[in-house]
Design a protein around this ligand. Sequence first.
Ligand code: ADP
Ligand code: MG
Length: 387
Amino acid sequence: MTADHAAELFRSTFGAEPSGVWSAPGRVNLIGEHTDYNGGLCLPIALPQRTFAAVRRRDDDVVRVVSAQADGLVEVSLGAVGPGNPSGWAAYVAGVPWSLRGAGYAVGGLDVAVDGRVPLGAGLSSSAALECAVVAAASDLHDLGLLASASGRSTLAAVCVEAENAVAQAPTGGMDQSAALLAEEGHALLLDCRDHSTEQVPFDLAAHGLALLVMDTRAEHALVDGQYAERRDSCEQAARELDVASLREVSADDLAEILPTLSSDLLRRRARHVVTEIERVRQAVGALRNDDFQAVGRLFLESHASMRDDFEISVAELDTAVDAAVRAGALGARMTGGGFGGSAIALVQADAAEATITAVEKAFADSGFGAPDCFVVTASGSAGRDA
Ligand code: ADP
Ligand code: MG
C-alpha cells in the first residue's frame, strides 16, 4: 500500500505522525483533445494509479515537502510563494495552499510527504494527481468541507488549476484536475469546459469483454511548451476571425461553410480539428450509452487522424503504437493528452490485451524506439482520504 509508504516517508522526514493520508488519481482522456481551452467537451477517466500525500497541518505559514520521486526537502513560507517560487516539483504542492488563500480560504502551512504511482510526464497527469491529493488534505485539515459535494470539488479543481498555471507556470486547461476530483469508478467524466458542468457516463468495459490499454511511449520531445502555446494561439486567432467567443460556438454542421473564411490553411486545419473533435466527444458519449463499442473505436481512429494531420501534435512513436494496436485487432486507438510524446490508448477485446501489448512492443523494437510501457486500466475513483 503506497498510503503506508507516504506515511512512512512522513515519519522518517518529519519525526512525527501525519494527520492522515490523502490520494488522487492520474487520468487518461478517452476523447476530446485540445478542446478544454476552446470551451469544448472532453471525456477523461480516473486511473487506478494514484498519488498519495501524507499530511499534517501546521500552526504557522511554512510549507515543507518531500517526495519519494524527488530529491531533497523543500521548505517555503506561504508569503513567499508566487510565480516560479518554489521552482521545480514543489511548486505543485506549495501552490495549492497559496491558491486556496487567493480564493479566500483561510489556510496555513502544511508538512507533506508524497509518494506518486502515476508515471511522471507520461501524459497521465501526475501533476494534477499531486495537486489534488494535497488540496484534498488541505480541505479536510482546515475543515473547508469542499470534498463533500460536486460543487465543492469543482472549486478545488479550479484552485489546483490556478496553482499549476500561476506557481508551477505550466499551462493547463482544467481537464486533469476535474478528472482527479470528480470522476467516478466505472464511469467516464463528460466535462463541458464552457459552463463547467459534468456528467457521469457508464464506462464498464469488463462487463462487455473489453479492456482499455494505455501505451506510454516514453518518448521525450523538445519544444513541447512552445507547441502548446502555438496551438492555443491559433485556436484563439481562428475564433477571433470567426467573431465567436471560442471555437465551441462553431457547429460541425456549419464547418464546410465557415472554414473557407479563415485567413490561412493552418488556421483552417487547427479549427477543423477542434470543431470535429468536440462533435466526436458527443458521438462517443452516445455510443457508450448504447454499448456501441465498434463506433467508439471508429471515433478513436478519426480522432487520431485529426490530431496527426490537422492539429499536428502526434509523433512517430504515438503513430506506431496506434497502428500496431489496430493491426493486432484493436477496435480503435488514439494518442491521448497534449501530444509530442506521452501516451496512446487502445480499445481491445479483454482476451487480446496481452497479445496487443506484445505487438506494440515488437513494433517499437522494429522501429528502433525505446521500449514502451503498456498496461490495462479501469475507470477508477476520485481524490479522497485513505488513512
Ligand atoms: P504529467 O502531468 O503528464 O505527468 P507534467 O509535466 O504536467 O506531466 O507533470 C510532471 C511534473 O509534476 C514532474 O516533473 C514533477 O515536477 C511533478 N510531479 C508529479 N508527481 C510527482 C511526485 N510524485 N513527486 C514529485 N514531483 C511530482
Ligand atoms: Mg500535467
